[in-house]
Design a protein around this ligand. Structure first.
Ligand SMILES: Cc1cc2nc3c(=O)[nH]c(=O)nc-3n(C[C@H](O)[C@H](O)[C@H](O)COP(=O)(O)OP(=O)(O)OC[C@H]3O[C@@H](n4cnc5c(N)ncnc54)[C@H](O)[C@@H]3O)c2cc1C
Length: 593
C-alpha cells in the first residue's frame, strides 16, 4: 500500500472544507465516533456507506484495499468529508475508507444525507458539487469497475455506452494488443464466448452481462425495487428519465401523486451526455448533463417519487380506466395516468460499413469516453445543431483539430447564437459548409472519411480517428405498438395536434351513452361500453386488428362470442382515401353490455 498522508489540499478534496457552523448542522444528523489507526470505515463491495466527516485525525481513501497494488488515492483531514456521487445514487461501494492515526469522525447514514440534501440548501450545494467533482476525477482515473472486452464486440460497445450514459467511473481494458490481458484471461479462465466480462469490486465476475444485470450488480436497481410495491396502482407512471421525465416526476410527486419513474438506460436522457448546458432556466453559469440528472433525481426522490432504472417499457395496455406498462423483464406497473417521455434515439448516416465502425471511430455522443479516441488528433463532427456544437467545443479541449461538417451554408439556422460565437472564435474548430460524408475509410478502426462538396461535387479525403454524428433523432415510441396516435414520424400526438374529429366524437359518445365526463380526451383514447364501439363502427371505416374484419356485423359478432375480450380497432377518421399516416388506432374495450 502506498504510504504517507497526502496533503488535504489534494484536488479530490476540492470545495469540501466545512466551516464550524456547517459542522454544527451536520452533527444533528450523525453520530460521533472515536477511531484508531487502521480502522476500516467502509470497504469496497459494501452495498452503501455513511458520509464520514473527519473531526480529528485523517481518513485515507484506498483503491484495491488489501491487494498488493492497492493505492491511497486521497486523504482527508479535519473539517473535510469523505464520499462521492455513488453515495447519493446508491451505487455499490468501490473504494475503501481507512482511519489514518487515531481521531474522531462523524458518521451520517445515507438516509440522513438525503435529508440534508433536501433540508439544508447550503450544505446540499457544497456536498453535491464536491461529489460531482470527485466523480469526474475518479472517472479520469478509471476507478471502480473494470470492463474487459474488444472494441469490435457489440457487447463491449453496449456496456461502454451504458457506463458513459450513467456517468459511471470505470476502466476499460481492451483485448486487442494486450498480451497481459490475454494471459490474465487464461488465468481466470474466461472462454472467448463469455466476453466481455466486468469485474465489480465485491461482486462475482459478470460474463457479458445485460444492462440490467450490470446495473443491478452495481446496486443501482435493487434499492428502488425493494421500495416499490408492485401490486400498487400508482397515480402517475412516467416512462423515460430524460429532462422531460424527471421534470414530470418532480411535478407529479410534489403535487402529492404517487409517482413512479421508469428509465431504460440512464437518468438524464440525451441531456445527461451533454458536457455543458447553458440555456437551462435557473443556471446562468450553465451546468453539465450529469449535474442536471443528479439534481433532477434528488428533487424527484425528495418528493417521494420511486425511480426504477434498467426498466425498458415494451408494451402499453389499458383496461377499466387503468393503464399498465409491461417492461422487458416481464414486470408490469399499473397507473391511473401515464406520461410518455421516452424522447428520441439518434439518427444514423446512410453509409456502407457504418455498423462495423460504430464504437470503433463512429460515435453518437462526445463524453470523456469517446473523446479519448481522438486525443491530440483530428475529429470530425457531423451536424449543425446545438449538440454538434457542444460536442465540437468539448472535443477541441483535447483534439488537435475539430471539423464540423454541415450540408447547409451556415450554422445560423440550426445552432444557438452563443454556441456559434464560441465556435467562430475557437482556433481549433473549423466549419466545413455544404459538405457531406460519402464513405468511411479504415480497417478495424476508422482512419479517414471521404467527403463531397455539394457545390462543386469535388471529393476529398479527410484523415480522422473519430466521426461524431449529431444529425437528429427519431422518437422512441415504437414500444407503444399502435396504442397511441402518432404522426408519420412517430411523434405522439398531443393537445391541438390530436385529430379534432375524434376528440369531438369521443366526447359526444361518452356524454350520450354513459354520462361520463371525459373532460380532456387523453391519448390513447380508451373506449368502454359497447355503445361507443357501435358508434365508431357505424360512422367510421373500421378494421378489427384482431380478426381483420371490416364489416360492423362481423366485428359485433365477435363481441358476442367473446364479450369480455379487448378488441383493437383501426379507425380511418377521414374516409377511405385518407393516407395511412392519418389512421388512428384505438384500444376499444367492450364491457358494459
Ligand atoms: C450531447 C447533447 C447536448 C445537448 N445540449 C443541449 C443544450 O445545451 N440545451 C438544450 O436545450 N438541449 C440540449 N440537448 C437536447 C436535449 O438533451 C434534449 O432536447 C432533451 O434531452 C430531451 O429530453 P426528453 O426527456 O424529452 O428526452 P430524452 O433526453 O431523449 O430522454 C428520454 C429517455 O427515455 C428513455 N427511454 C427511451 N425508450 C424507453 C423505454 N421504452 N422505456 C423506458 N425508458 C425509455 C431513454 O433511455 C432516455 O433516458 C442536447 C442533446 C445532446 C445529445
Amino acid at each position: 500500500m502506498t504510504s504517507g498522508v497526502v496533503a488535504s489540499d489534494d484536488p479530490l478534496a476540492h470545495q469540501a472544507y466545512l466551516g464550524e457552523n456547517q459542522l454544527q448542522i451536520l452533527r444533528k444528523y450523525g453520530t460521533e465516533q472515536a477511531v484508531s489507526d487502521g480502522d476500516v470505515l467502509f470497504v469496497d463491495g459494501d452495498h452503501t456507506y455513511d458520509l464520514i466527516v473527519v473531526l480529528e485525525g485523517f481518513v485515507k481513501v484506498v483503491e484495491g484495499y488489501g491487494k498488493p497494488d492497492s493505492d491511497v488515492i486521497v486523504t482527508y483531514g479535519p473539517n473535510e468529508f469523505v464520499g462521492e456521487m455513488g453515495l447519493l445514487t446508491g451505487q455499490r461501494v468501490f473504494l475503501t475508507g481507512v482511519a489514518s492515526g487515531s481521531g474522531r469522525i462523524l458518521r451520517i447514514p445515507v438516509e440522513k444525507v438525503r435529508s440534508i440534501m433536501t433540508e439544508e440548501p447550503d450544505l446540499s450545494e457544497l456536498i453535491l458539487r464536491a461529489f460531482l467533482f470527485r466523480r469526474a476525477l475518479l472517472t479520469t482515473r478509471g476507478s471502480g469497475l473494470t470492463l474487459v472486452g474488444s472494441r469490435f464486440c457489440a457487447g463491449t460497445r453496449r456496456l461502454l455506452e451504458l457506463l458513459a450514459r450513467n456517468r459511471l467511473s470505470s476502466r476499460w481494458v481492451e483485448l486487442e494488443g494486450s498480451a497481459e490481458v490475454e494471459a490474465w484471461l487464461q488465468e481466470l479462465p474466461v472462454p472467448s464466448e463469455d466476453l466481455p466480462i466486468v469485474l465489480v469490486p465485491g461482486h462475482r465476475l459478470l460474463r457479458n452481462p445485460s444492462n440490467r444485470e450490470l446495473l443491478t450488480a452495481l446496486g443501482l436497481t435493487e434499492v428502488e425495487e425493494e421500495a416499490s410495491n408492485r401490486d400498487d396502482v400508482c397515480d402517475l407512471l412516467v416512462v423515460g428519465g430524460g429532462p422531460a421525465g424527471l421534470a414530470a416526476a418532480v411535478y407529479g410527486s410534489s403535487e402529492g401523486l404517487t409517482t413512479t419513474l421508469a428509465e431504460d438506460t440512464a437518468l438524464g436522457g440525451q441531456a445527461g451526455t451533454s458536457t455543458r448546458i447553458e440555456n437551462y432556466l435557473g443556471f446562468p453559469a450553465g451546468l453539465s448533463g450529469e449535474e442536471l440528472a443528479a439534481r433532477g433525481a434528488l428533487q424527484a426522490k425528495k418528493f417521494g417519487a420511486r425511480i426504477k432504472l434498467a426498466a425498458r417499457a415494451t408494451q402499453l395496455s389499458s383496461r377499466d380506466g387503468i393503464h399498465a406498462v409491461t417492461f422487458e423483464n416481464g414486470e408490469t406497473i399499473s397507473a391511473k395516468s401515464i406520461i410518455i417521455a421516452t424522447g428520441a434515439r439518434y439518427n444514423r448516416l446512410p453509409l456502407d460499413r457504418l455498423a462495423q465502425f460504430e464504437g470503433a471511430g463512429v460515435f453518437y455522443a462526445a463524453t470523456q469516453m469517446e473523446a479519448q479516441t481522438c486525443v491530440g488528433r483530428t475529429a470530425v463532427v457531423v451536424g449543425g445543431g446545438n449538440s454538434a456544437g457542444q460536442a465540437a467545443m468539448f472535443l477541441a479541449r483535447t483534439c488537435a483539430r475539430v471539423y464540423i461538417m454541415i450540408r447547409g451554408d451556415s450554422l445560423a439556422s440550426s445552432m444557438s447564437r452563443y454556441l456559434i460565437d464560441q465556435i467562430e472564435h475557437h482556433p481549433l474548430i473549423e466549419v466545413l459548409s455544404n459538405t457531406e460524408v460519402t464513405r468511411l475509410v479504415g480497417d478495424a478502426q476508422i482512419s479517414a472519411v471521404e467527403i463531397r462538396h455539394a457545390g462543386t461535387g469535388a471529393m476529398s479525403i479527410l484523415d480522422t480517428c473519430g466521426l461524431f454524428v449529431f444529425i437528429g433523432a427519431k422518437p422512441a415510441t415504437e414500444w407503444l405498438g399502435g396504442q397511441i396516435a402518432v404522426d408519420k414520424h412517430g411523434f405522439v400526438l398531443t393537445g391541438p395536434d390530436l385529430p379534432q374529429d375524434i376528440v369531438r366524437k369521443l366526447d359526444r359518445a361518452a356524454r350520450d351513452d354513459t354520462g361520463d365526463n371525459l373532460g380532456q380526451v387523453p391519448n390513447p383514447i380508451i373506449m368502454s361500453g359497447l355503445a361507443h364501439v357501435k358508434r365508431l363502427i357505424e360512422h367510421d371505416v373500421c378494421r378489427c386488428l384482431e380478426c381483420g374484419n371490416e364489416s360492423a356485423r362481423d366485428i359485433l359478432n365477435m363481441y358476442d362470442r367473446a364479450p369480455r375480450r379487448a378488441v383493437r380497432l383501426q379507425v380511418d377518421l377521414s374516409g377511405r382515401e385518407c393516407p395511412s399516416d392519418q389512421i388512428v388506432q384505438n384500444n376499444v374495450e367492450p364491457q358494459a353490455r
